[in-house]
Ligand binder design. Structure first.
Ligand SMILES: Nc1nc2c(c(=O)[nH]1)N[C@H]1C(S)=C(S)[C@@H](COP(=O)(O)OP(=O)(O)OC[C@H]3O[C@@H](n4cnc5c(N)ncnc54)[C@H](O)[C@@H]3O)O[C@H]1N2
Ligand code: MOO
Length: 418
């Protein structure tokens, strides 16, 4: 790969900087927010607990009344279950039987757990109790103060977090009725090429079986369904459209794709040939609204980005299916709210040393890998055998090699989950 090719990491930054997706934001009822991506941070509207409550079943007392370590006999003046209703003050020289979660009466400053008394934990409250803690408890022992669990204003989750069961429980605890989540990112995928045959693969459609033999040079369209599968896994909704290699046709198809979309992707037509329709229409000799580059990246070298009519961002991916898939994962997924696209280090099993050898090359070299969990608790990326497309049948990782993916440990590679 020659050195004039641009750095893929810088391209990734450029795409993220220039193309901002603005998917709709909805406030949805808490139960419907599960699995969606937060559009803004969620803060606690109140203190939890709202007032001081007991953390133990036992007796609320005034510390000054305890003779500990000697036992103390006190009359039981109140019985406080964890129920609704106002709680009066505790008279000096008396105890209140109290249950876990019940508000601590004014005047009481600690709880003696029932195990440290002579009281029967069941049945009616006794008239008197002997309190025998081993030592004099610290002030506020077993009292949970206001805001001790959750302080009012505390950030419970950040924008971009996926809503999980924990946040749903918190929202219910706090009486938060709805959460602000992103609507699905609507993506128009435009596949280009006069050689493509078969119906564009609508979700659930029986995909174009047998049609490739109908004409010499025909290629079954596969990028649409492949990219849609990856995008839908990130919660996007996808429309697949097709264009031939005529700029006028592509122009009309792009207008249609951009209508109601947050993002448009194209595949094909960005190489160095005579019929590169995407480049011809949108590049410097056409509308000049997209820029194109050949990155030091294999596969997926040719890439582009721009803005369509109506301000809709567009990413141009190469036509080769593996190049398009790599481009999607490296450059498009980082734009999608909640997508898990960050490269991470993983132990690598590479029996033929392909990644190690690739490190002599510029930029990034991408190979398909599969996650394997060892009996020793280790997780490893195992490189899949085969050329180009075939090993992607079982791949769940992109394994990054080349000089642009050096890691500190030789047995570790950067991977991106597929
Ligand atoms: N002179 C040079 N030629 C090429 C270079 C180069 O550096 N110098 N780079 C090569 C690389 S790398 C790639 S990748 C391709 C990119 O070209 P395009 O993005 O214009 O892709 P197409 O030519 O349209 O298609 C390439 C290949 O993929 C098949 N294809 C396209 N779309 C689909 C689809 N939707 N489903 C299935 N298959 C598809 C298409 O039939 C071609 O076989 O440029 C190289 N050339
Ligand atoms: O960059 Mo291309 O054919 O290697 O996808």
């Amino acid at each position: 790969m020659s050195t004039h090719h641009s750095d893929p990491w810088r391209w990734r930054e450029l795409v993220a900087r220039e193309l901002r997706l603005a998917p709709a934001v909805h406030e949805v009822p808490v139960r419907e927010a599960a699995g969606r991506v937060l559009a803004s941070a969620v803060r606690s509207p109140e203190d939890v607990p709202a007032v001081a409550v007991s953390a133990m079943d036992g007796f609320a007392v005034r510390r000054a009344d305890l003779l500990a370590p000697a036992p103390t006999r006190l009359p039981v003046a109140m019985d406080l279950p964890a129920r609704l209703g106002a709680v009066g003050a505790l008279a000096p020289g008396s105890a209140a039987r109290i249950m876990t979660g019940a508000p601590v009466p004014a005047g009481a400053d600690l709880i003696v757990e029932v195990e440290a008394t002579d009281a029967d934990p069941r049945g009616a409250a006794p008239a008197e109790v002997v309190l025998a803690p081993r030592a004099l408890p610290e002030p506020l022992r077993h009292v949970r103060g206001p805001g001790e669990e959750i302080a009012r204003g505390a950030v419970l989750a950040q924008a971009g977090d996926r809503v999980g069961a924990g946040l749903i429980g918190l929202a219910c605890t706090l009486g938060i009725p709805g959460l602000p989540v992103h609507g699905a990112v609507r993506v128009g995928v435009v596949v280009t090429g006069d050689e493509l045959v078969g119906e564009p693969a609508a979700a659930g459609a029986d995909h174009a079986a047998g049609t490739a033999d109908e004409a010499p040079g025909a290629v079954r369209e596969s990028n649409g369904a492949m990219l849609a599968a990856a995008l839908e896994a990130d919660g996007c909704t996808v429309r697949i459209l097709r264009s031939g290699d005529e700029p006028a046709q592509l122009e009309a198809v792009l207008d249609e794709a951009a209508d109601g979309a947050d993002l448009v992707l194209t595949t094909g037509g960005i190489g160095h040939g005579a019929y590169d329709v995407v480049k011809e229409l949108l590049g410097p000799h056409g509308r000049d609204t997209s820029r194109f580059s050949h990155l030091a990246l294999r596969p997926g070298g040719p890439q582009g980005l721009g803005v369509l009519r109506g301000g809709v961002p567009v990413v141009h991916l190469p036509g080769t299916p593996v190049g398009a898939l790599v481009g999607l994962h490296l450059f498009v997924r980082p734009l999608l709210p909640g997508a898990d696209a960050a490269p991470r280090g993983m132990l690598l099993e590479d029996p033929h040393g392909r990644i190690a050898r690739s490190r002599a090359r510029d930029g990034l070299v991408v190979e398909p890998g599969r996650t394997v969990h060892g009996p020793d608790g280790s997780t490893r990326a195992v490189l899949q055998d085969g050329r180009r497309l075939a090993p992607y049948g079982r791949a769940d990782l992109l394994v990054l090699g080349g000089a642009g993916a050096q890691t500190a440990q030789a047995d570790t590679a950067l991977v991106v989950p597929l």
